[in-house]
Design a binder for this molecule. Structure first.
Ligand SMILES: Nc1ncnc2c1ncn2[C@@H]1O[C@H](COP(=O)(O)OP(=O)(O)OP(=O)(O)O)[C@@H](O)[C@H]1O
Ligand SMILES: [Mg+2]
Length: 294
């Protein structure tokens, strides 16, 4: 049994020891919190720098083309450019300006979508015509990339109700990704069919680089790019997919991404039956071939 001065001394020591231990634990916790805050801040700063570098690249490249080639054109009187060169420079300026406009439009779109101020037109639209137009506009890009483009439209595809410009934007984004992230020799198939629920399903499949589940989540985040650092191997701002998803949502539809690293990606876009109108009357025989290629 403790008694007298020894007991008091020991309890004072215990109190002091407990308080030192408590301070040490608090200091340790503070150090850990500080470390993880630093790691988070470094990560945020890395993502921010990558984003700024990518965005300035996306804005500067077309601007440099516009400035450079328009300067050459202003020298025409002195240099007497051949007609073919004038046409080539004007085409390059036009393409660069179009690209710049689409980057700016994407930035405005995502901020409008995020502020909830986005309205859609609702008309009867032909998904077949939209896919046909998209496919035609990508033929050159696909052939330059050495990628086969294979669209297939079901004969009994219903008309849809929606905003044709926005629907085209959705398919443009998804098909451009499929081509962009598929190495030479690969294939991109576009299958449009009647959904089980009566709506329309469009499947865009590629045999490209694919993504892991975590990477799909990054890809769906505004400005998120799977390979956002210096090793980035394709152009873009990382807005196409989140905009496409938001536009499908606004149409009351769903978008699902199934992907495997190194094996390819399948993006399924389902527009619901309440957004489709009566099936287009078709006299096509119900043969074994239930779809046509474009
Ligand atoms: N089909 C695909 N195969 C592999 N990776 C893909 C595919 N689609 C998207 N990704 C990945 O997701 C990222 C985000 O795609 P998203 O379309 O949002 O942006 P982006 O194509 O890089 O640029 P933007 O569409 O704005 O020009 C891409 O950078 C790419 O890393
Ligand atoms: Mg894209």
């Amino acid at each position: 049994m403790l008694n007298g001065a020894f007991g008091n001394k020991s309890s004072t020591l215990m109190t002091e020891y407990a308080s030192l231990l408590g301070d040490a634990v608090l200091r340790h916790r503070a150090r850990i919190a500080e470390q993880s805050a630093r790691v988070e801040a470094e990560l945020a700063s890395k993502i921010k720098s990558e984003f700024i570098a990518n965005m300035s690249h996306e804005l500067r490249t077309p601007l440099n083309t516009i400035i450079g080639f328009s300067k050459l054109l202003t020298d025409h009187n002195r240099r007497k450019l051949p007609d073919a060169d004038i046409v080539e420079y004007a085409t390059l300026i036009n393409d660069a300006a179009g690209h710049l406009l689409s980057v700016i439009n994407d930035i405005l779109d995502i901020s409008k979508i995020q502020s909830g101020k986005y309205t859609l037109d609702s008309r009867e639209v032909s998904i077949e015509e939209i896919i046909q137009a998209c496919t035609n506009s990508f033929r050159l890009m696909a052939s330059e990339a050495g990628v086969t483009l294979a669209p297939k439209i079901a004969f009994d595809l219903p008309m849809a109700r929606g905003d044709s410009i926005k629907l085209r934007q959705i398919f443009t984004n998804i098909i451009s990704n499929a081509i962009k992230f598929t190495p030479r020799g690969g294939t991109v198939t576009i299958d449009a069919m009647r959904a089980n629920t009566g709506g329309v399903t469009v499947l865009v499949r590629d045999t490209g680089v694919g993504m892991s589940a975590d990477e799909v989540a990054i890809a769906l985040t505004p400005f998120g790019q799977v390979d956002g650092g210096r090793t980035r191997w394709r152009e873009g701002t990382g807005l196409g997919l989140p905009i496409a998803k938001a536009l499908v949502d606004l149409h009351g539809g769903e978008i699902e991404i199934r992907s495997r690293k190194g094996e390819g990606t399948e993006v399924a876009i389902v527009l619901p039956s309440r957004n489709t109108v009566l099936t287009v009357a078709t006299n096509e025989p119900q043969s074994a071939q239930s779809a046509r290629t474009l």
